[in-house]
Design a protein around this ligand. Sequence first.
Ligand code: 5AD
Length: 351
Amino acid sequence: MDPLLSELLTRGVLEREQWRELLSRRHQLDRAALFALAREIRARWFGNRVYIRGLIECTNYCKNNCLYCGIRRGNSHVQRYRLTQAEILACCEQGYRWGFRTFVLQGGEDPRLTPDWVAQVVREITRRFPDCAVTLSLGEWEREVYRLWYEAGARRYLLRHETADPAHYARLHPPAQTLSRRIACLYDLKALGYQVGAGFMVGSPGQSDDTLAQDFCFLQDLQPEMVGIGPFLPQHDTPFAQEPPGTLEDTLLLLALLRLTLPAVLLPATTALATLHPRGRVLGMEAGANVVMPNLSPPAVRESYALYDGKAATGVEAAEHLADLRAQLAPLGLTVAIDRGDAPTKRPQQS
Ligand code: 5AD
């Protein structure tokens, strides 16, 4: 085994220089052995259970102008929409019947989305579905807003850090958005008691072995309960339209390395990965992932939530096809759990 991999396994952490070295030779690693190890570690924490989360894309209005993202403010070709509370609750109703016990409310940073409005929906979902978890993924807000939502019943928050290198962050975002602010939000969320999800795109323009090394060091420090990674995929109406996409190989390698670094982490095989390759989900699972987030949004708006081109929104990506997902996972010896799927480190009866 690679000496740095053994050190990662025995010490649990690597220094930045070591990460850079390991990452620089990642394509020479024995992938079959690495993936088998990742699956073994996953099994130790999760058995054969895969968790599902119903993703509800609440709004595609966004005040930000991230250079990679299809729903950036500057893209006038998007048909903008905002779901009503009733529509969101109807998605949950439907999802509950299909077996979802976690609902993820995701959206752009919509200036018309008020903290109270969100708190109200969260309260209503937790009242109607007391055995379900509510995850929010609504971008950067003040700590007091995160507190309000926690008090309303939200227990998880997804906010990818996108890159832990400040110069790289500045290449991906306009000056109004800073890495330090993003990181402050993640630590605020942690301090409030949320299960936190960070993450980054694989192969985003300007990413290097060194920026990735910083991502791994950052994740070692933050110790998030979840890490979302997927390939960068160009969107034709963004400044990055002509940039090459991230690769399948890299995404799978990084998933496996994340499983080794944070053994108990919730690791989704993302929609972007499924978009890049028809068997992306399954390959992600074989590399150590253990979460799938099918789309529960009303079919009529799914196309408008186009962060990147070609987004998979049908078949196994769609929540109505859970049976297909089960059939895909069965040959891998995995079963879909009808369960909130809390992080192993946060499992007690903390509602
Ligand atoms: N390709 C892949 N992922 C993207 N995201 C946004 N735009 C793209 C893209 N073009 C990811 C970002 C964001 C998450 C919601 O989607 O990492 O945090």
